[in-house]
Structures are given as C-alpha cells and as structure tokens.
Design a protein around this ligand. Structure first.
Ligand code: NAG
Ligand code: NAG
Ligand code: NAG
Ligand code: NAG
Ligand code: NAG
Ligand code: NAG
Ligand code: NAG
Length: 341
C-alpha cells in the first residue's frame, strides 16, 4: 500500500512540477546565454582597448601585447609579431608572420617561383638580396641583413609591410649560404625561419639556361637590354633562338658539382623546418603551390605569375652540339636528362 501511495504521489506531482522545471531550465539557459554574450562583448572591447595600448607602449614585445589582447592562441614557435622600426603594422599588428627563405640556384625557376609567391596578398618575398656582395662579406653583415628582413624593415617592390603573413627572400646557395651554413642554420632554428628548397631536376636544361643567359648579358638581344626573364612569347622566342655549344669535357664534372651542392645544402639544413620543391613539379602539378602555402601557413589562394618560359623546345633543338652531349651523357647516371628529350 505505501508503495502504491508513493508512486501515486509521484505520479500526481510530476505533471505539476514539470512546467516549473521547464521554466527553470529556460531561465538557466537564458542566463548562461546572457553571460556568454557579455563575455564575447568584453573580449572584443578588451581587444580594442589593447590595440590602443599597443600604440601607446611600444616597449612591450608584440608577442606579449598580442597574447594580452587574446587574439593569439597557443604560442607557436613559428609565429612572429615583428615590430618594424620604420612604420606601424596598424590593423595587422596581431596577425602572426612566418619567416621563410627560398634556397635555390641560379636558373632553377626561383625568379618565376618568387613572382608566384608574391601574387599572394600576404606574402612578401624580397628578391635576391644577397646578390649584393657587401651584405654577405662576413657573417655579421649576413645576420644583420636577415634581422632587417624578418623585422619587416626591408624595402622592396614586393614588400607588403603591414599585412604580410609570411616574409622572406630568395637566396642562392653560392651567396654565402654554404660558406656560413653553421651560423645560418643556428639563426634559422633560433628565430624559426623555414627553408624552401627549390631545385631543378633536369640539370642539363638548367645549364642551357645559364649559357643562354650569359650570352644575352653580352649581346642584349631584346632591343639592347639584357633580360633574365620575359613576359611575352615573342620575347621568349627571340631569346630561345640562341643555341649554346656545351663543353663536353666540363659537362659531367659540372653536373656532378651542381648535384653535390644541392645534396650538401639539404644535409646542412636538415635540422631546420624545410620543404623541398622541384621546378618541374611546380610547373606540372597544380597541388604543389597549395603545399607551399600550407607550409607557409598563409590562406590558400590561386597564385599567378606573368613570366613566360624561354626554353620550351625539345633539347636537340636547343643545343648546337647535341650529338656530342647525347653521347657524353648516355650510359652515365645523368642519361635521363637527355632521354626525356
Ligand atoms: C622601456 O624599457 C626599458 C628597459 O626595459 C626601460 O628602461 C624604459 O623605461 C621603458 N620605457 C617605457 C616608456 O616604458
Ligand atoms: C662586415 O662587412 C661589413 C660590410 O661589408 C663591414 O662594414 C663590416 O666592417 C664587416 N665586419 C667585420 C667584423 O668584418
Ligand atoms: C592579408 O592581407 C589583408 C589585406 O592587406 C588583411 O586584411 C588580412 O588580415 C591579411 N591576412 C593575414 C592572414 O595576415
Ligand atoms: C623593340 O622595340 C620596338 C619599339 O620600341 C618594339 O616594337 C619591338 O617589339 C621591340 N623588340 C623586341 C624584340 O623587344
Ligand atoms: C672545354 O673546357 C676545357 C677546360 O676548361 C678547355 O681546356 C677546352 O678548351 C674547352 N673546350 C672547348 C671546345 O671550348
Ligand atoms: C635528415 O635527418 C634525418 C634524421 O635525422 C635522416 O633520416 C635524413 O636522412 C637526413 N636527410 C638528409 C638529407 O641528410
Ligand atoms: C602532385 O603532388 C602531390 C603532392 O603535392 C602528390 O601527392 C601527387 O601525387 C602529385 N601528382 C602527380 C601527378 O605527380
């Protein structure tokens, strides 16, 4: 009987209690929601206050400021908040910046690759800055140049300054990279600089490009101006008319030297964060430019370059002493350079 009674009480009480419970739940949700909204508002206000604060106190490091303002999530070694000496990053002060360097060799597509990267709204690749000898005459000159670039204080036509999300430049291996590799690797690891290796698979085609470029330096085929890169098919055709003769005595040692330099560079920089790209893959495989942007941590965009490839014809039509070159390379480990045609 008592059992029945209690169950009856429960049964009769439940329908009465349920609207109250429901109301309580609704009230609780409303309160929570209100608190949440307030929290969001406060957070936004705090960010705004802090950006003023940032301008008022240039003393505190940008990392601290941006952590304060709450726009920065977990601290990431590869994210930087540079504080340029020459201007303010304005609205983008708390946008993180990644540091990179394109490590490559002459005539390996790095000029084209750089225009591709620079077509991105948030990427600044500042060109071949170490082509100027004084900047690489000793390690302290090298490091202070790097500091200037990564502090977003470097001026070039490619610099996007305030809203750069990735900043770097292209660096040829024969411009101090190999010579000072220990110090440079230390610097890259200390400051979180990522290396983008860009090589060309077909080193014979690279050699043709070098010889043709050297020839044009002397002859200035395009209306008396030397051009390393062109933007129209007509110009490309003019430059491609020249067919170099390759010294077959030097051919194998030269290919070997180039290959070894690339291998050594990869070994030296193995401890750095890096990606290795080949020009041929970048041209033929449309997912490669996406890989690069992911590596740099920038928003993915369609990248474009207006440069036009100069040497597009089959190899036999580009080398004056083709038969000699062919015979020299056949049977060596480089014969795939000629077999591809
Ligand atoms: C900036 O920092 C330096 C050293 O940390 C200190 O001596 C100086 O007073 C600070 N300046 C301002 C404006 O806070
Ligand atoms: C390094 O090179 C720079 C630029 O060429 C020069 O001004 C500076 O005196 C050199 N420093 C040392 C330590 O040799
Ligand atoms: C990219 O640049 C645009 C315009 O300059 C800026 O609004 C945006 O915040 C930048 N994006 C990143 C990820 O820095
Ligand atoms: C040389 O210049 C003329 C006139 O400025 C132009 O029409 C022509 O296309 C140029 N030729 C080359 C090869 O650039
Ligand atoms: C090829 O290079 C070697 C070594 O520099 C040189 O002795 C030779 O004359 C060159 N041959 C030609 C055809 O230029
Ligand atoms: C880089 O280091 C890793 C492990 O430390 C090794 O497996 C790899 O072969 C190295 N690569 C080069 C190019 O030295
Ligand atoms: C293109 O590159 C991606 C990686 O970036 C690779 O997975 C894919 O196999 C490549 N495609 C071709 C056709 O080589």
């Amino acid at each position: 009987m008592p059992e029945d009674f209690s169950s009856e009480v429960l049964l009769t009480k439940t329908p009465k209690r349920s609207p109250i419970v429901l109301r309580m739940i609704v009230l609780a949700f409303a309160t929570l929601f209100g608190v949440y909204i307030c929290f969001i508002c406060l957070k936004q206000i705090r960010v705004r206050v802090d950006s003023k604060y940032i301008l008022l106190f240039p003393n505190i490091s940008n990392v601290e400021k941006c952590q304060l303002s709450g726009t920065l999530g977990k601290e990431n070694f590869h994210l930087h908040f540079p504080n340029p000496k020459t201007y303010s990053r304005g609205e983008c002060i708390c946008n993180p910046v990644r540091f990179f360097a394109i490590l490559s060799m002459q005539r390996s597509g790095s000029g084209w690759f750089e225009t591709l990267l620079n077509s991105h709204l948030n990427v600044s690749s500042n060109g071949e800055i170490f082509s100027v000898k004084e900047r690489r005459s000793n390690i302290s000159a090298v490091l202070s140049t790097l500091d200037k670039v990564y502090n977003l204080d470097w001026y070039s036509s490619a610099a996007k300054n305030e809203c750069s999300a990735a900043v770097g430049f292209k660096w040829m291996l024969n411009q101090g990279v190999m010579k000072y590799h220990n110090e440079i690797v230390d610097y890259f690891n200390r400051r979180g600089v990522s290396a983008i290796f860009l090589f060309r698979k077909n080193l014979l085609r690279r050699m043709i490009s070098i010889l043709a470029n050297t020839y044009d330096q002397d002859t200035k085929q395009l209306n008396g101006t030397h051009r390393s890169h062109v933007h129209s098919k007509t110009e490309a055709k003019v430059l491609a008319r020249y067919k170099p003769t390759i010294n077959v005595t030097l051919l194998l040692p030269e290919l070997k030297r180039t290959e070894e330099m690339a291998i050594n560079a990869l070994e030296y920089f193995n401890s750095t964060r890096h990606i290795t790209l080949f020009y041929e893959d970048l041209v033929n495989n449309h997912t490669k430019p996406i890989d690069v942007q992911e590596f740099l941590g920038v928003p993915i965009r369609k990248l474009e370059s207006h440069q036009v490839k100069i040497h597009t014809r089959p190899l036999p039509k580009q080398i004056a002493n083709w038969v000699d070159v062919y015979n020299t390379l056949m049977g060596t480990k480089y014969d795939h350079f000629v077999k591809a045609g």
